[in-house]
Design a protein around this ligand. Structure first.
Ligand SMILES: Cc1cc2nc3c(=O)[nH]c(=O)nc-3n(C[C@H](O)[C@H](O)[C@H](O)COP(=O)(O)O)c2cc1C
Length: 210
């Protein structure tokens, strides 16, 4: 009798373990519950680097959605999530952006770009609406880290607060004045061997007071 009890408890634990590992836990995007350890996460943070040259290999919609989903996991002031994301894979639009954004020429070789859009009207009221900038920056960093973790490459190219770039991108993408592009993140498979810099400076850390 005790033998059967042991078998039942064992089966229960196996089934429970399988449910915990189910993709449903992560929104059905086939992202089985991350097995990434703390060390892996720290490694991804330190390995991230700007990649400005890409192979012609395309990125599928599922991968791009997975990357944007990481962006949406970022913290935001009062949890307002005042953002939207425009994902571009259309060669003509990528070329048009490359031709008109002086520091985003790498878009010529990128198979995709993600534009992080700030929505100040959905942020905190009054002066605090400016938290949209930090909120969208946190989302952007998550996008860069997710891209690195997937073995892909990306670079953040600045749009806001440069007024000319903001109005160009708004016009190009059909955005309203209240929809503010923070950046254009070019991404794809790295073409070349890009290395992360070691930026650690012990003297930048102050303990307890300046
Ligand atoms: C706000 C911001 C704006 C940036 N704008 C550009 C840009 O317009 N073009 C570009 O090639 N890189 C741009 N970068 C990437 C930086 O040049 C890069 O992060 C920096 O040189 C450090 O290199 P790393 O990303 O490899 O660590 C930008 C980064 C940030 C955070």
């Amino acid at each position: 009798m005790d033998f059967y009890k042991v078998i039942i408890v064992f089966l229960f634990l196996v089934i429970f373990g399988l449910i915990l590992r189910s993709p449903i836990q992560t929104g059905g995007l086939n992202m089985t519950k991350q097995t990434t350890s703390l060390l892996d996460t720290i490694s991804v943070i330190h390995q991230r680097k700007s990649v400005r040259k890409f192979t012609t290999q395309e990125l599928d919609k599922e991968t791009l959605t997975q990357i944007v989903k990481a962006g949406m996991a970022a913290p935001t002031a009062a949890n307002k999530q005042p953002w939207a994301f425009v994902t571009i894979t259309d060669r003509k639009i990528l070329d048009q952006l490359a031709d008109n954004l002086q520091y985003a020429k790498m878009l010529k070789t990128a198979p995709a770009a993600i534009i992080v859009i700030g929505l100040p009207q959905e942020a905190l009221p009054g002066k605090d609406a400016e938290y949209w900038i930090q909120d969208c920056s946190a989302a952007s960093q998550n996008i860069l880290l997710a891209t690195e973790a997937l073995g892909l490459g990306a670079v953040w190219t600045g749009v806001y607060p440069n007024i000319e770039r903001v109005s160009f991108v708004q016009k190009e993408l059909g955005l309203s004045e209240e929809q503010i592009p923070l950046n254009v993140i070019a991404l794809g498979h790295p073409d070349g061997n890009f290395k992360a810099q070691d930026k650690f400076k012990a003297e930048k850390i102050h303990w307890n007071r300046w």
